[in-house]
Structure formats: structure tokens, C-alpha cells
Write a protein that binds this ligand. Structure first.
Ligand SMILES: Nc1ncnc2c1ncn2[C@@H]1O[C@H](COP(=O)(O)OP(=O)(O)OP(=O)(O)O)[C@@H](O)[C@H]1O
Length: 234
């Protein structure tokens, strides 16, 4: 297995509160890994650590062999890590096109155009390029957030709860798009997801966090009822 991201001994604190404990995690290249666990176990915190948005107490994060831990967040984007944050965080007053273009300066190849494949993946955005981001529906905003992350041409794409608050037909579409990114474009995806059917359909592997610790991992097929009962259902 070639790992895209190799996390070793990661510890994170919010003030005195020890939130992530001694995490050792390998994210295989060219697969979709789903990070699971109940509310508050540290999934978003882990994604923010990978993106450089939170300081680590200790640990290494090797991305294609290079340690990210000392790199600023913008550098991580330039290395090819795309991020779709929880809650989408699109810019409501900017147009769809301006939102899509916002990360382009991070591209190492100097490209200044939004790649065509993004318009192909999200035809709805193509029809709305001049509209303000804030005027889009939740599902359209989620597609915009994914398109914006893809515009930097990432190799690793992190999606934090992309289906939260989205209507079912768009959830279905997002699932198909994530699969295409993995199968056709060979992206590596880390998906934080609480909806079990969606996770099963879209992900190849799972990791389960519980109170900041890694408690289980494996192929999606091996996620059994015991694990679900112990760590996932409320
Ligand atoms: N900025 C912060 N300051 C202090 N504690 C925080 C902060 N952000 C999160 N926490 C705490 O850290 C723990 C992990 O939160 P985190 O948001 O990473 O969990 P999560 O698994 O992503 O949950 P959810 O599924 O609800 O998004 C929680 O106990 C949370 O209350």
C-alpha cells in the first residue's frame, strides 16, 4: 500500500483539553477513506490539523514523504491538499466564479483559469457563474465548495461532512462525484461522514475515532454491527 498521508504520534490540545491522542494513521493513495465517529470525538479537529489550521502538540504528518507539521496552511494547498470545510464556508457576497477562482493563486503551475472538468462535474455551477454564492441553495453551495477545492488541482481532497443539511438527490450526486474523483482522476479522498449508507457507498476504507483516539479501521466491508453499535450509533 502506498500511503498519501502518514500521521505519526499526533497529539492536539485546545488549551488544557487533550483532544487528539497519539494518532497513527495511514491514508492510502487513490482510495477514499472515511473518518467516522460520534459528535465531538475530534474528526473536524483532525482535518484542521492536517490543513495546518490548528497547532499540534506533537507528531509528524508525512504527505508524500514531506513533513507538513511545519508548513503554513497556504503551503499545504500549494502541495496539492484541497479542503472542503464543515459548513462549506463559501463567500456569500462573491459570485460563483469568484468563489471558484479564489484558490488559483496557490496553484504551483501558475494556471489562472478554473479547470474545465469542474464545470463538467458541476453543470449547475456553470449556469450560475454570475450569481452570488449566498444566493445558492445548500446543495449548490456544497458543490461550489467542492469545485473551489478542486480548482487548485489537488491530489488529496479532504471533505468534512459534505452531506450535512443537504437534500437527498444532491447527496446522491455528491456521492457519485466523489467516486468519480477517486476512480477516474485517481484522487485520494478523506471523507468525514456520519451517514452510514453514504459512507458505505462512497468509501473504500474507514477509520473510527472515539474521544480523540483511533479505535478501529479497515476495509468498508469489515465495518460490522458490533463496531457500529459500539462507536457510531447514538
Ligand atoms: N475551538 C475549540 N476550543 C475548545 N474545544 C474545542 C474547539 N473546537 C472543538 N472543541 C472540542 O473538541 C472536541 C472535538 O471536536 P470536533 O469538532 O473535532 O469533533 P467532531 O468529531 O468533528 O464533531 P462533529 O461531528 O460534531 O463535527 C469536542 O469536545 C469539542 O467540544
Amino acid at each position: 500500500m502506498i500511503s498519501m498521508l502518514n500521521i505519526q504520534g499526533l497529539n492536539q490540545f485546545y488549551g488544557q483539553s487533550h483532544t487528539l491522542w497519539d494518532l497513527d494513521i495511514q491514508i492510502p493513495a487513490g482510495q477514499c477513506t472515511c473518518v467516522m465517529g460520534r459528535n465531538g470525538v475530534g474528526k473536524t479537529t483532525l482535518m484542521q490539523c492536517i490543513m495546518g489550521l490548528l497547532p499540534l502538540k506533537s507528531g509528524a504528518m508525512l504527505y508524500q514523504g514531506q513533513d507538513l507539521a511545519r508548513l503554513a496552511a497556504e503551503r499545504r494547498a500549494a502541495l496539492g491538499i484541497g479542503f472542503v470545510p464543515q459548513g462549506r464556508q463559501i463567500f456569500p457576497l462573491l459570485t460563483v466564479e469568484e468563489n471558484l477562482r479564489i484558490g488559483l493563486p496557490a496553484r504551483p503551475d501558475g494556471a489562472r483559469q478554473v479547470p474545465d472538468f469542474i464545470h463538467e462535474l458541476f453543470p449547475v455551477l456553470k449556469q450560475m457563474l454570475g450569481r452570488r454564492g449566498g444566493d445558492l441553495s445548500g446543495g449548490q453551495q456544497q458543490q461550489l465548495a467542492i469545485g473551489r477545492a478542486l480548482a487548485i488541482d489537488p491530489k488529496l481532497l479532504i471533505l468534512d461532512e459534505p452531506t450535512e443539511g443537504i437534500q437527498p438527490n444532491i447527496v446522491q450526486e455528491i456521492g457519485e462525484i466523489v467516486r468519480r474523483l477517486v476512480d477516474e482522476l485517481n484522487l485520494t479522498v478523506i471523507l468525514v461522514e456520519q451517514k452510514l449508507p453514504f459512507a458505505r457507498r462512497v468509501a473504500d476504507r474507514f477509520l473510527i475515532l472515539d474521544r480523540g483516539r483511533l479505535v478501529a479501521q479497515g476495509d468498508m466491508d469489515s465495518l460490522d454491527d458490533n463496531l457500529i453499535k459500539q462507536y457510531l450509533t447514538v
